[in-house]
Design a protein. Structure first.
Length: 394
């Protein structure tokens, strides 16, 4: 606590307080610092496999926290290495958690407080699975080589609200509405249905064995031929989707608030992102120095709308393989933003600006984007499929 005394303004022209100050730690910031492992804070990373790791005593494996710019307080992320022929420590916690297997093969054990039945399922590179809130679980490596897993959590939301880690990690309450230890709880479910808010393709499944190669239904919202599915897992509020752009094509730039982090699954590419206040054509208007670019390959990350959000961003695949991405939002699902129940809302990121959305039509985008993209494709030996017709104004 500060020992500086408070001083009341002495006249009507002066104001109370410092005016300028250093932003304090949130409880989650303090928790990360206390764990003694690295904390990576940037707009993105080319590959999480290249991040420095340090032993995390609480988890029992080498790890690093990842807090990309713009996601602070919205959701948490880390990458953890499971020791060869070993396991992470068993744990439970009052926050949601999803895992993507970056490298390796193994299994996970999940059980409920006071219930002797233990569910075990196997995973491999590309598996995506979710841990039910406050369920006991242990991650086991099946090989002699280390396995690497990328985790997304709602830990910041819980820690910043309760500010008590003992409560978060040692509460015995079983969420029976989230975890039913039946034999088919971790059986993959393939059925596709419309999500209840926006009507987009959804799978209600607690595990997808391989999100690198799983089938994706046609969507067309981001680019011609774009495919997409959103898994809804273990009753989570943690929102994510899996999408794929055809090779030789890129997404329309669009804007929304912070939270979304894109995880590159196949192919390689880059993302441009810039504040919407710069307008639709920052290169043409001499503001290119304020645009940020992140290159990535599997498994790289980029914060799509960093800082305070409302940034335009577009994603460009430059390999002969399609660019497949997974977007993680934490409990900040598009279409579920604050507002009065029953209000009319639109899928603004997929609707052009002229129609009330935030997507920039190809014919209205900065000409630099297409010119550079086609030049890079030529260097990579990839044919452009961005036909002239896409740039004709209707």
């Amino acid at each position: 606590m500060s020992t500086v005394k408070w001083h009341e303004p002495t006249d009507e022209k002066t104001k109370a307080g410092y005016g300028k100050f250093l932003r304090p730690n949130s409880p989650y910031d303090t928790f990360m610092e206390e764990q003694g492992i690295p904390i990576y804070r940037e707009i993105g990373v080319r590959r999480v496999q290249d991040l420095p790791l340090k032993h995390w005593k609480r988890m029992g494996g080498n790890a690093t926290f990842i807090q990309l710019l713009g996601t602070e307080g919205l959701w948490g992320c880390y990458v953890v290495e499971v020791p060869g022929a070993g396991a992470l420590n068993a744990e439970r916690h009052l926050y949601e958690e999803v895992y993507l297997v970056v490298e390796g093969r193994g299994s996970t054990e999940v059980w409920a407080e006071g219930n002797g039945k233990k569910l075990t399922f196997e995973w491999q590179r590309g598996s995506l699975f979710s841990i039910p809130i406050n369920a006991q679980h242990r991650i086991v490596n099946a090989t002699r080589s280390p396995a690497l897993l990328l985790a997304g959590t709602t830990a910041p939301n819980a820690m910043n609200l309760f500010s008590n880690t003992d409560f978060i990690f040692n509460c015995p309450y079983p969420f029976k509405d989230r975890f039913d230890p039946s034999d088919d709880y971790y059986k993959p479910k393939e059925e596709i249905e419309p999500d209840p808010v926006r009507g987009l393709a959804m799978r209600q499944t607690n595990i997808i064995p391989d999100i690198i190669n799983c089938e994706l239904p046609l969507d067309n919202r981001r680019s011609p031929g774009y495919r997409r599915i959103e898994p809804h897992m273990t009753g989570n509020n943690f929102y994510l989707w899996i999408g794929q752009h055809e090779n030789g094509r890129y997404s329309k730039a669009h804007a929304h608030g912070s939270a979304a982090v894109l995880v590159c699954l196949t192919g390689k590419g880059y993302t441009y992102t810039w504040p919407a206040t710069l307008g639709q054509t920052p290169w043409k208007d001499g503001k290119a120095d304020m645009v940020k670019r992140q290159d990535y390959e599997p498994v790289g990350l980029v914060s799509a709308a960093p800082m305070d959000g409302n940034w335009f961003h577009a994603h460009f695949g430059i390999s002969k393989d399609p660019l497949r991405l997974s977007a993680w939002f934490g409990p900040n699902a598009p279409g579920r933003e604050r507002g009065r129940p029953g209000e009319h809302a639109i899928d603004y990121g997929a609707i052009d600006i002229k129609d009330g959305g935030t997507a920039i039509p190809y014919y209205d985008e900065d000409p630099f984007l297409r010119k550079e993209y086609e030049a890079i494709l030529k260097e990579e030996g990839v044919a452009s499929r961005m036909n002239d017709s896409l740039y004709r104004k209707p």
